[in-house]
Design a protein around this ligand. Structure first.
Ligand SMILES: Cc1cc2nc3c(=O)[nH]c(=O)nc-3n(C[C@H](O)[C@H](O)[C@H](O)COP(=O)(O)OP(=O)(O)OC[C@H]3O[C@@H](n4cnc5c(N)ncnc54)[C@H](O)[C@@H]3O)c2cc1C
Length: 744
């Protein structure tokens, strides 16, 4: 059995280094992960599986850890008398008072300092006054404790007093490492808003410094802004950058949970009960409790948590000009971290995904989810269950690939609104994705400002007559040259594309700007080649690529419940033959019919509605639920068939000529299910007992799985690939275009 630190999941590890410090085989090293946080890395070849690393991990037994936290016995508002020290301290300067006392007792202090080049923060153990000055002031970057715990143990065993001051998880790590109680150890835990990434910090200062050599970094410069949290960076050439609290982009990432370590979002110590003997923090808004406790120069919040804490505090009282007992609630009211941990920003992962390539300031946009990897373009709002679901699928696929998509609203060229019914689809999509605001046709290029690239979806987008409706939006004409452009399984819907030669040239030029194009039907591959001179690949409809669990989750939201098994008819174009079929299939299968029509098509006649058991106003969630819970399906819809296949239903599929037969034929040929597809003109003669063909899902699923793997790897490859912005005019106006233009 593995008894090592590997048992602790990444999101729980605080990086306290208790495991590293306690390993008797030196098998653990602390290394930065890709986000810039230190984690233990275990060398298996050196590990003796003794289990000590795991035993010393404070996260191993959280219940025990929580039990060991102490309820404060006293709460104070305090300030040191020496204003020069307070000016250099973050709050009321209490740390300096306590550490001076320990040094005066021949003791040692361990606290956080910047490295000489200001690129990292680390704990040092020292008994000299110069280092105390370096320890003074909050550095809002996670510090590395290095070998401090080991050195502290040595000094404690020599009988010297030691003061350890750091984040609560570091105090906890030290205590866990030492295991034994030491009378001569004193601990200060600070109220902590979160430990920030070193890589984020390095990128942040590099972007501001722009090559200048840093002389100092200060996250609490009182000399310019009083008691607040500004950032000032001074340089050896005498220049300075200064960001007050509200303009500090570091605060933006820090206080919004974008750049904190993952475990900070579930921090056990962000509460009233404390791990250190004394807790220090800012007594924010102290004036609301007692005006006399605020002079604008910083007031410390002090929580005295046990007898050791009381001993320390009593010995520094002579160094204080303010020491006033305060209700804990007055401090906790304006100090979130005494109540609960900082929430992790949902966009945190996008910040770190972009940090190394785009740098701190740009990555913040992704962290806030104000900038997107891809703008999704297409009929994601159309009054059609299948259309909406292809974009739902594509959006979920992108999210599962750790991309952040935004759905781009499409305006009509003539400025008139889309049908009212589309609003409920927009509402559905808004539950799952970001949606851009409405823009007029001429403002579409604004979307380049917040999208890194554009992904054109599936379903029918390249249809000849759409030009009058939406111009060249579905050819991404509004997208900037610098933006990545991908078409995934885009459908042309029909088996031909009739247009003028000039329009063909325009389309050809626009398609040449794409980084990659795949289409949904084999006929589409041919049209793209013959009409536009573009090579494309056929790819599976995105609804097959999306994890079924996403559909299930949506379907669980449906309120439609049927007590009896039913045969589900999803009929886009209701004809007399199809009406007859409803009754015939009901009879043959001895199942009640539940009928859903085209979203746009409301049956007015109550008699027909009743006769066929037609469902009204079904939502997208209802649609998936109706398919999932059905015993059998009959459909003349391509996506009705797709979802039947996804839920492995037995079904009758009617090849709907009116909507374009090619998409049915392409899919059913691919899945070797041609025999299961009925032509509209065969409906009248259709006899279930004689003509019905069962679907063998073992073979279908094999083909789908292969196609899915192929499609996902294509999408991955094309989305990762670097975008080529070097497209010249000659590339766009290729031979094909010129040859065709000559014919005009
Ligand atoms: C990352 C971080 C988040 C904080 N969040 C809050 C908060 O939400 N609310 C609040 O009231 N107070 C917070 N504080 C504490 C506050 O900023 C002051 O550190 C505290 O009030 C002590 O101030 P002081 O005037 O007594 O002494 P100072 O001289 O300002 O305190 C310096 C002490 O802080 C320690 N320290 C500095 N940087 C680090 C670091 N990166 N890691 C570990 N220890 C460090 C030093 O070791 C030293 O002991 C935070 C501090 C840090 C470092």
């Amino acid at each position: 059995m593995n008894k090592t630190i590997k048992n602790i999941p990444e999101e729980k590890c605080t990086g306290c280094a208790a495991c590293y410090s306690s390993c008797p085989a030196n098998a653990i090293t602390m290394k930065y992960n890709s986000e810039g946080f230190l984690f233990p890395f275990l060398d298996d070849s050196m590990c003796i599986n003794c289990g000590i690393c795991l035993k010393r991990c404070p996260e191993k037994e959280v219940d025990k850890l929580l039990e060991s936290l102490q309820e404060p016995i006293n709460c104070k508002a305090a300030m040191v008398s020496d204003d020069a020290i307070r000016l250099k301290s973050s709050s009321g300067g209490l740390f300096s008072a306590i550490s001076e006392y320990i040094i005066s007792q021949n003791g040692y202090v361990c606290g956080a300092v910047y490295s000489d080049d200001y690129r990292t923060v680390m704990h040092v153990l020292s008994n000299n006054e110069h280092d105390l000055i370096r320890m003074r002031g909050s550095k809002y970057v996670q510090s590395s404790v290095g070998d401090c715990y080991i050195e502290i143990e040595r000094v404690l065993k020599n009988g010297n007093k030691v003061l350890f001051s750091g984040c609560p998880c570091q105090v906890s790590g030290l205590k866990s490492f030492l295991h034994d109680e030491y009378e001569n150890l004193y601990t200060v835990d600070i109220v902590c808003h979160g430990a920030n990434s070193v890589f984020a910090y390095q990128s942040y200062i590099d972007e501001i410094a722009k090559g200048r050599q840093i002389e100092s970094v200060n996250f609490r410069d009182k000399s310019l802004h009083g008691w607040s949290t500004p950032v000032t960076i001074r340089y050896t050439d005498g220049t300075m950058d200064d960001y007050p609290y509200h303009l500090s982009k570091w605060n933006d990432g820090f206080l919004n949970g974008i750049i904190n370590r993952k475990c900070c979002a579930t921090c056990h110590y962000a509460q009233k009960r404390r791990v250190g003997d004394i807790t220090l923090g800012d007594f924010w808004q102290v004036q609301k409790w007692d005006e006399s406790c605020n002079d604008g120069g910083g007031t410390s919040l002090v929580l005295i948590n046990n007898s050791k804490g009381l001993y320390l505090y009593e010995h520094i009282v002579p160094l204080l000009k303010l020491s006033k007992e305060a209700p804990f609630e007055a401090a906790a009211k304006y100090n979130g971290q005494l109540n609960r941990p900082q929430k992790m920003a949902p966009g945190r992962k996008y910040f770190f995904k972009h940090l190394s390539s785009k740098g701190y300031h740009n990555s913040l946009w992704y962290g806030h989810e104000w900038r997107y990897d891809f703008g999704l373009v297409g009929w994601w709002f159309a009054s059609n269950y299948g259309s909406v679901l292809t974009y739902f699928a594509l959006g979920k696929i992108l999210l599962d690939m750790d991309y952040l998509p935004i759905l781009i609203r499409i305006p009509k060229k003539d400025g008139t609104p889309w049908e009212k019914i589309t609003e409920k689809n927009i509402e559905f999509m808004a539950k799952h994705f970001y949606i851009s605001k409405e823009r007029t046709f001429d403002k579409m290029a604004e979307t380049n400002v917040f999208c890194d690239g554009f992904l054109l979806g599936s379903d029918q987008l390249w249809v000849d007559w759409y030009k009058d409706l939406v111009g060249h939006i579905f050819y991404l004409a509004f997208a900037d040259e610098k933006k990545k452009k991908i078409a995934y399984a885009t459908s042309l819907g029909r088996s031909d594309f009739q247009t003028t030669d000039r329009e063909k040239i325009t389309i050809s030029m626009l398609l040449r700007r794409f980084d990659a194009i795949s289409v949904r039907e084999t006929s589409g591959v041919n049209i793209c080649k013959e009409r536009f001179g573009i090579d494309t690949l056929r790819m599976l409809d995105p609804v097959f690529l999306c994890k079924k669990s996403h559909y299930d989750k949506a379907a669980d939201e449906s309120n439609l419940i049927f007590d009896e098994p039913y045969v589900f008819f999803y009929i886009l174009d209701l004809t007399e033959e199809k009406k007859k079929m409803v009754h015939a299939i009901e009879k043959a299968l001895m199942l009640k019919a539940v009928v859903l029509l085209d979203m746009r098509f409301e049956i007015i006649d109550d008699a027909i509605r009743e006769e066929l058991n037609i469902i009204s106003n079904a939502t997208i969630e209802d649609f998936i639920s109706l398919i999932r819970n059905s015993a059998f399906i009959v459909t003349d819809s391509h996506h009705g068939a797709c979802f039947g296949l996804i839920y492995e239903k037995q079904m009758i599929t009617i090849c709907n000529d009116r909507r374009g037969a090619t998409r049915f034929e392409s899919l059913f040929q691919l899945l070797k299910l041609e025999k299961c597809l009925i032509k509209e003109n065969q409906l009248e003669q259709y006899d279930y007992q004689r003509d019905y063909q069962n679907i063998d899902y073992s073979e279908v699923n094999n083909i789908l799985e292969n196609e899915k793997v192929k499609a996902l790897s294509w999408l991955k490859e094309k989305t990762i690939a670097k975008h080529d912005t070097s497209l010249t005019e000659e590339d766009v106006f290729s031979d094909y275009v010129w040859e065709n233009e000559k014919r005009i």
